[in-house]
Design a protein. Structure first.
Lengths: 159, 201
C-alpha cells in the first residue's frame, strides 16, 4: 500500500473523534439557550464593555504598577487639571490670579511705566519715584561710560 | 458534494434551500433542521482544526448563530453546504489566530479544565469504552502532527482527508483556486508522512 493511502487511512480514524449522539441530541436546545443569552448580552454589551475596560484598567494599574502606566496616568491627570484651571480662569477672570494679571492690571503691579500722559511728557525729575527700590532708581538714572544718558541711544534725536 | 446533505438524507426531508427559504419567510424554527443536519460534521471539522473540545463547542454555537444572522446575505449561486462550511472554517481560522496570541497567557486552570472535559467526552464517546490504548496513542500522535501544520494546511487536510470534501468544494469554501488546494494538500501530506513515519511503513 502506498504511503499516501496509509496516511489517508490514519486520518480517517479522526472521523470517530466526536462526542456521542447524546451531545448532538441536546445541541439544538443548547443552541436556543445560547441565542437567548446572546440577545441579552448584546443589549447591555456597551455598559458591560465600559465596566470591564475600567475594571481591567484599575486592576492593571494597581496590580502591576509599571512605570509607563503610572507616567501615563500622571500625564493624563496633569493635562486634565491644567485644562480645568485654564477654562476656570477664562470663565471667571476675577477669581484667578492669572486672570487678574492679564485682564486688569492693578496699580501695584504696574510700577515701571509713567502714570499718565502728562508724566510721559514731563521731565524725569517730576516722576514720583518714591515707590521704587534703590536698584530701580539706579536703573532709571543710569548712564554709559561716555557720560551720555541711555535715552540718547534710544532716541532718534541722538543720530 | 454540494448536494451531499440533501442526497444523503431521506427523500421526505426538505432540501437545504427549502429550509433556508422557510426560515427567511419567518419560520425560524426550521433553522433547527439545518442545525441538526450539519452539527456533527461541522463539529468534526472545527475539532480537528482546534484539537480542543471545549473551544469546538463554543465555536459551533457561534458558527450557527453567525450563519443565522447572516442568512439574508446568503446568495443562491453557492450551495448552503459550502456556505456554512465557509462560515465555520473562516470563523475557526480567526479563532486560531487569536488563540496563538493568547496562548502564552493561558492559565493552568484552563488547561486542566480542558483535559477534564476531554476525558468526559472520551468516557461518553460511542467508541470510548473499548478503545485500546494503542488507538488512543495513535489519535494523540495524529492530533499533535496536525497541530504542527499551518492553520490553512490543516484546514485543507481536515476538509479533504477527514471530512471527504472534493477539491472543488474546498476551493469554494476556502475562497481559493483548486490548484492552491491541491498544492496545499501535497505539501501537508508530505509533512504528515514525515511526522507519522513510525506508523507509515
Amino acid at each position: 500500500m502506498k504511503k499516501e493511502d496509509q496516511l489517508q487511512q490514519l486520518l480517517k480514524l479522526k472521523q470517530r473523534e466526536t462526542p456521542g449522539e447524546a451531545y448532538f441530541d441536546a445541541f439544538v436546545d443548547e443552541f436556543h439557550r445560547y441565542q437567548r443569552t446572546s440577545v441579552l448580552q448584546t443589549r447591555k454589551s456597551w455598559i458591560a464593555r465600559w465596566r470591564r475596560a475600567l475594571s481591567e484598567l484599575a486592576e492593571d494599574f494597581f496590580a502591576t504598577p509599571s512605570f509607563a502606566m503610572q507616567s501615563g496616568f500622571a500625564a493624563t491627570a496633569v493635562v486634565v487639571l491644567t485644562t480645568v484651571l485654564v477654562f476656570w480662569g477664562e470663565l471667571n477672570p476675577g477669581t484667578s490670579n492669572q486672570g487678574s494679571m492679564a485682564m486688569t492690571p492693578s496699580s501695584e503691579s504696574y510700577v515701571y511705566g509713567p502714570k499718565s500722559l502728562e508724566d510721559a511728557a514731563g521731565s524725569p525729575a517730576e516722576l514720583n519715584m518714591a515707590h521704587l527700590t534703590s536698584f530701580d532708581r539706579d536703573f532709571e538714572n543710569s548712564s554709559y561710560v561716555t557720560g551720555e544718558s541711555t535715552l540718547a541711544y534710544d532716541s532718534v534725536l541722538a543720530f | 458534494m454540494a448536494d451531499h446533505a440533501s442526497s444523503a438524507s431521506e427523500p421526505e426531508e426538505p432540501k437545504d434551500g427549502e429550509l433556508v427559504d422557510s426560515v427567511l419567510a419567518g419560520n425560524v424554527n426550521d433553522y433547527d433542521g439545518l442545525v441538526r443536519r450539519y452539527a456533527d460534521r461541522l463539529y468534526s471539522v472545527i475539532y480537528n482544526m482546534t484539537s480542543n473540545h471545549e473551544d469546538t463547542n463554543d465555536l459551533l454555537m457561534e458558527v450557527f448563530d453567525k450563519a443565522f444572522r447572516n442568512l439574508p446575505k446568503y446568495k443562491r449561486n453557492a450551495s448552503f453546504y459550502t456556505w456554512i462550511y465557509r462560515v465555520a472554517v473562516n470563523h475557526t481560522l480567526n479563532f486560531l489566530q487569536k488563540r496563538k496570541k493568547h496562548r502564552n497567557n493561558m492559565s493552568l486552570n484552563e488547561l486542566s479544565f480542558d483535559e477534564r472535559f476531554e476525558q468526559d467526552l472520551k468516557d461518553n464517546r460511542v467508541i470510548g469504552g473499548d478503545k485500546s490504548a494503542e488507538l488512543s496513542e495513535l489519535q494523540k500522535k495524529l492530533n499533535e502532527s496536525l497541530q504542527k501544520l499551518s492553520d490553512e494546511h490543516r484546514a485543507v487536510v481536515v476538509l479533504y482527508d477527514i471530512d471527504g470534501m472534493s477539491h472543488a468544494d474546498i476551493a469554494e469554501t476556502m475562497n481559493c483556486s483548486e490548484g492552491t488546494v491541491r498544492s496545499r494538500l501535497h505539501y501537508a501530506h508530505k509533512h504528515l508522512q514525515k511526522l507519522l513515519n513510525t506508523y507509515i511503513g
